[in-house]
Design a binder for this molecule. Structure first.
Ligand SMILES: [Zn+2]
Length: 174
């Protein structure tokens, strides 16, 4: 197992809209890939990690999320391959960050209730309705796979401020 380097804002792969992958082609690589992605996600205390955040152009992401609201609840893993958001409902503004923009946090408007379709790590098609943190994670990760970052969702008037903040943070990124 290994902890992988997470790509950072400014690297072109984060701006790529990733094409669906062929599950059968991906399957042999999947066990090792998921181990590495999970280890990386845990090491950087992330909620999710998209393939382009580790430099791969697969349309897939991994999400690690507490099973319940209880303290120290075990983490549940979602592997979403070729995900597609089928519907979005509700609206909530909450603080959000991203492993590819470490140190930057901003209030982002997201749907509170989403239904997503994807292929799971066993190759089975799933349709899942999610609320709360999981709904937010699904939206954040699907955005990554579409080449979007959470800062794209901010009010355009905040752009100069965000640019300045990124400039400052950048020197600390690896
Ligand atoms: Zn992110």
């Amino acid at each position: 197992m290994s902890i992988l380097r997470v790509t950072k804002y400014g690297e072109s792969i984060l701006r790529q809209k990733l094409k669906p992958v062929d599950y059968k082609e991906l399957a042999p690589k999947l066990p090792q890939l998921l181990k590495d992605m999970e280890e990386t996600c845990l090491a950087v205390r992330g909620v999710g990690l998209a393939a382009n955040q580790i430099g791969l152009d697969y349309r897939m992401a991994l999400i690690l999320i507490p099973e319940s609201d209880e303290e120290n609840a075990p983490l549940k893993r979602y592997v979403i391959i070729n995900p597609k958001i089928l519907s979005m409902r509700g609206e909530k503004i909450e603080e959000e960050g991203c492993l590819s923009l470490p140190g930057l946090w901003a209030e982002v408007k997201r749907a509170t209730d989403v239904t997503i379709q994807y292929i799971d790590e066993n190759g089975v098609e799933q349709v899942k309705r999610a609320r709360g943190l999981l709904a937010k994670a699904f939206q954040h990760e699907v955005d990554h796979l579409d080449g979007k970052l959470f800062i794209d969702l901010l009010d355009p008037t905040l752009k100069p401020e965000i640019k300045k903040a990124i400039k400052k943070l950048r020197s600390k990124w690896n």
